[in-house]
Structures are given as structure tokens and as C-alpha cells.
Write a protein that binds this ligand. Structure first.
Ligand SMILES: *[C@@H]1O[C@H](CO)[C@@H](O)[C@H](O)[C@H]1NC(C)=O
Ligand SMILES: *[C@@H]1O[C@H](CO)[C@@H](O)[C@H](O)[C@H]1NC(C)=O
Ligand SMILES: *[C@@H]1O[C@H](CO)[C@@H](O)[C@H](O)[C@H]1NC(C)=O
Ligand SMILES: *[C@@H]1O[C@H](CO)[C@@H](O)[C@H](O)[C@H]1NC(C)=O
Ligand SMILES: [Fe+2]
Length: 436
């Protein structure tokens, strides 16, 4: 008698209903009319931030204490975090066309009300905040603003703070390659190919390691389709590297770390991580995958809150991490970071998912908040991507597609073939948007 082969697959659907619409469409950073900000520096006001060097123990996120004082405190005073620290309007790029005369040309990467931790700020004028920062290549400074979010006046600017090794390689994300026995590693750094050679050192855990080179991508302000991505939301994305780890043995535990070989000969290393290689296609095996969309990112220090925008993503991320053991792959099928044109948020997102994406393949597809922009080839019309028109999503994450901008791909994994389609482009027959 033939043995019945039981094929089991657990699909953990974390987010059943992908609701769309205004409820999660407004990026909190868009609530600040930064381009209308005036300079009204007050000698009696100050902001100071400490410590000035962050992450001295090698960590990629750290806490900073921001202390400030204003002679004319008001309930709608706020603190903005800027990165790079030099957010002086005189360095505005020409593309930020609606700044005339030049004022501030970059949105903050974070904001919080000045009274958040000290309700008596309104009477004393003194308060402090504890904020979490992540390593994202540049330094940081803090501004104290009066006049709320619509008629902001910059009252005081802080000293700079910076991470130790601010450009170090961070936030590795795995993705399955075009063959079943190929894993790709993508990460972010501040080192272009003129400065250092990127690579991954890897091998079966406790066995010999080898090195594989990585390719390097980036994109410029001109690759953005419109504001705010092209204007106040623009922030240099650094360099995005991808290496291909090939001819993996099936069902094996691998160790890897990313590195950069500087032309001076010095080596810079990321942290060490592990992943499990896929089973042979057709191997009788249990697969557990997590499929969800519309996650976004949020701040653990309570900043950047607006109408509960994506706050639940912290819970979802924690839950995904809890379920990682035994998980083969994650499919985040669109609406990835909800940066909506505020590019600093892509670093924030990749930092938030690091425990997941560094351990299991993090496969993405395209969503309206990643792709939709008028006259840019998207099937739908609207401003949902905030001018990103898909460029950050397709650069920050690798997918094994013929054309990464089109997000049509398939993956053979154990008992399954996963097919990923894309409805953000015209998928109708004869429209040829599927493969090339
Ligand atoms: C701080 O200011 C905000 C904005 O004006 C206000 O909504 C909030 O109630 C204030 N919080 C405290 C603790 O006073
Ligand atoms: C901005 O930079 C210009 C030129 O470097 C300088 O003159 C000006 O004082 C700066 N403004 C502020 C507010 O720092
Ligand atoms: C606010 O802080 C300044 C110095 O940082 C101090 O001189 C002043 O007395 C404080 N004001 C209040 C009301 O605590
Ligand atoms: C996060 O989960 C906890 C319980 O696990 C729940 O009490 C809380 O309301 C959740 N927060 C959000 C924002 O969903
Ligand atoms: Fe969504």
C-alpha cells in the first residue's frame, strides 16, 4: 500500500484585512509645513543633546537626551530631529522649488511636542525628551520650534550628535534568489564603490567561510517622481549592496556577515547572523510562511505619532519575531514602509525588521504606497507613494524578478512554488508589464 504523503503548509496570516484609505495614508511627517518655517532664533532659548557620540558599544540604535528651554513656552512648541545635522536653508538644493526665499528645505526625521515628558513646560519653559536614534549614515541635530506645525519658527538649534562609525554596514535583509539553492543578502551602508569593496563572508555554520562580492546601487533625487520625495522628504539613501550566495546545501544552517574592504586594506564588518537554507524542491517537508501587507514603521519613543499612524506595526513586528522559529519565509506583499516620500523612513523600516529580515528571506511585492504616482506608469492614479514611484522599494529590497521594478517572480521552495504578481502596473493581457 502506498504511503500517503501529507503535505502541510501553515500560512500565518497576520493581517487579514488590508484596509486602505485615509486612516493610514497620512505620513506623520507630512503634517509639518517645513517649507514655511521661519528663523527666529532666540538667544535665551537653547537645545542641547547628549551624549554627543552614540552607539559606542557598536549598537545601531541608541538613546539621546534632549534638554531645552524657551523664554516663551507654548503648548504647541515642538522638537524636530534633523539629519544631516546641517539643515540650514542655505544648503537647499535647487530642486526644492517652492522655497522662496530659502528657509528650511528638509523635513525632520522625527518630531515630538515639547511638553511630551514635562507637562509643566508651559509654565517653566524647561523640559527634556528621551529619543531613540538609529544609525543612518549622517549626524543629527535638534531644533526647538514655536508656532505649531503650520507656522513654525525655529527658536533654537542644538549641538550635533553622531554615531560611532556612522556609515557602517547595517540592516541586512535576506531574499531568495532565482534558483532554489541561492540566497541573496542586501544591506545599506555609507560606502560607495569608490571607497570600499562590499562583500559577504559566509559558510555552513562552524565550517569554512568564503567571500562573495556584492553589487552596489543607489538613487538620486532626480529619480524621484515628485514631492515630497523630491523636495522636503528627500534624504540621501546611502548605498544598497546585494550579494548572491550560491550552490547552497539544502536544509543547512549558514552563518554570514557583511563587510567592506577599504582600499587602504582595512576591513569593516557588520554583525554576524544565521539563516537556514531551503530544502530541495519537492522534498517532503513542512513549510511555514508568514504573508501580510501594509505594515509600516513606528517609533518606540512615542515620537512621530499622528492619528495612530502605523503604531500597531510595533506589535506586528514583535509578533513576527515571536513566530520566527520554524518560519521558512516572510512575504510582505506591498505597502512596505509607508515612507510616502519621506525617505528617512526606509532606514527606520529596515532597522525595525532587522531581526526578521536578517534571519529568514523577506520577500516583498509592490503596494500603492510604494508605487502609485501620476504619469509614472502605475496602473492607479493618485499621490499614494509621495513621489517615490517605486524606486526606494525596488532598490532597498531584492526580488528574483527579471525586472525588479516590475515585481513579477516565482520561487520554488520545498513542496511549493510561490508566484508573486503585481497589480500596481497594468497586468492585462498584451500589456507586457509582467516580465520584462
Ligand atoms: C502638549 O501639547 C499638545 C499640543 O498642544 C496637547 O495636545 C497636549 O495635551 C499637551 N500635553 C500635556 C501633557 O500637557
Ligand atoms: C546658515 O548658513 C549661512 C551660511 O553658511 C550662515 O550665514 C547663517 O548664519 C546660517 N543660519 C543659521 C540659522 O544657522
Ligand atoms: C530653566 O533652566 C535654566 C538653566 O538651564 C535655569 O536657569 C532656570 O532657572 C530654569 N527655569 C525653571 C523655571 O526651572
Ligand atoms: C499591542 O498588543 C497588546 C497586547 O499584546 C495590546 O494590548 C495593545 O493594544 C496593542 N497595541 C496596538 C497599538 O495595537
Ligand atoms: Fe495599505
Amino acid at each position: 500500500m502506498r504511503k500517503l504523503v501529507t503535505v502541510l503548509m501553515n500560512i500565518v496570516l497576520l493581517i487579514g484585512a488590508i484596509q486602505e484609505g485615509k486612516s493610514h495614508g497620512d505620513q506623520p511627517l507630512s503634517t509639518i509645513a517645513i517649507h514655511k518655517t521661519l528663523f527666529e532664533l532666540n538667544e535665551e532659548a537653547y537645545v542641547k543633546a547628549s551624549p554627543t557620540v552614540l552607539g559606542t558599544d557598536g549598537r545601531h540604535s541608541d538613546w539621546v537626551l534632549v534638554e531645552y528651554s524657551s523664554p516663551h513656552p507654548s503648548e504647541d512648541d515642538w522638537i524636530g530631529v534633523f539629519s544631516p545635522a546641517d539643515f540650514n536653508a542655505s544648503s537647499c538644493a535647487a530642486e526644492t522649488d517652492y522655497i522662496d526665499p530659502p528657509r528650511l528645505c528638509s523635513a525632520p526625521i522625527k518630531f515630538q511636542y515639547a511638553n511630551y515628558s514635562n507637562p509643566d513646560y508651559i509654565s517653566t519653559g524647561n523640559a527634556s525628551l528621551k529619543l531613540q536614534l538609529i544609525k543612518q549614515r549622517a549626524d543629527f541635530s535638534f531644533g526647538l520650534f514655536s508656532g505649531g506645525f503650520f507656522n513654525s519658527k525655529l527658536v533654537a538649534i542644538s549641538n550635533r550628535v553622531v554615531f560611532q562609525n556612522p556609515k557602517a554596514p547595517v540592516y541586512p535583509r535576506l531574499a531568495l534568489g532565482r534558483e532554489w539553492d541561492e540566497m541573496t543578502v542586501t544591506w545599506t551602508s555609507g560606502y560607495g564603490i569608490d571607497f570600499a569593496e562590499p562583500f559577504v563572508e559566509w559558510g555552513i555554520t562552524k565550517e569554512d567561510r568564503k567571500r562573495s562580492p556584492a553589487g552596489t546601487l543607489t538613487f538620486g533625487r532626480n529619480s524621484m517622481c515628485g514631492p515630497p520625495a523630491r523636495t522636503v522628504g528627500w534624504r540621501d539613501p546611502g548605498y544598497i549592496h546585494t550579494a548572491f550566495l550560491k550552490e547552497l546545501w539544502p536544509n543547512s544552517k549558514y552563518t554570514y556577515k557583511v563587510g567592506h574592504r577599504l582600499y587602504s586594506g582595512a576591513l569593516l564588518w557588520g554583525k554576524e547572523y544565521e539563516f537556514n537554507s531551503p530544502p530541495f524542491p519537492g522534498q517532503d517537508s513542512l513549510q511555514q510562511v508568514m504573508i501580510f501587507g501594509s505594515m509600516g514603521t513606528a517609533e518606540v519613543d512615542g515620537s512621530n505619532e499622528y492619528k495612530d499612524f502605523q503604531h500597531a506595526s510595533l506589535n506586528t513586528t514583535r509578533q513576527l519575531i515571536r513566530l520566527l522559529q520554524g518560519t521558512d519565509a516572510v512575504f510582505h506583499i506591498g505597502d512596505i514602509s509607508y515612507a510616502n516620500g519621506y525617505l528617512s523612513q526606509w532606514d527606520k523600516f529596515t532597522a525595525q525588521i532587522e531581526p526578521i529580515a536578517s534571519t529568514v528571506p523577506y520577500m516583498i511585492a509592490s503596494g500603492n504606497h510604494d508605487r502609485v504616482w501620476p504619469n509614472s506608469g502605475s496602473f492607479y492614479h493618485g499621490l499614494d507613494s509621495g513621489g517615490e514611484c517605486g524606486v526606494p522599494a525596488q532598490t532597498m529590497f531584492y526580488v528574483p524578478a527579471q525586472n525588479r521594478a516590475k515585481f513579477w517572480y516565482l520561487i520554488d521552495y520545498g513542496m511549493f512554488r510561490f508566484c508573486v504578481a503585481n497589480t500596481e502596473l497594468d497586468w492585462r493581457e498584451g500589456k507586457s508589464n509582467t516580465t520584462s
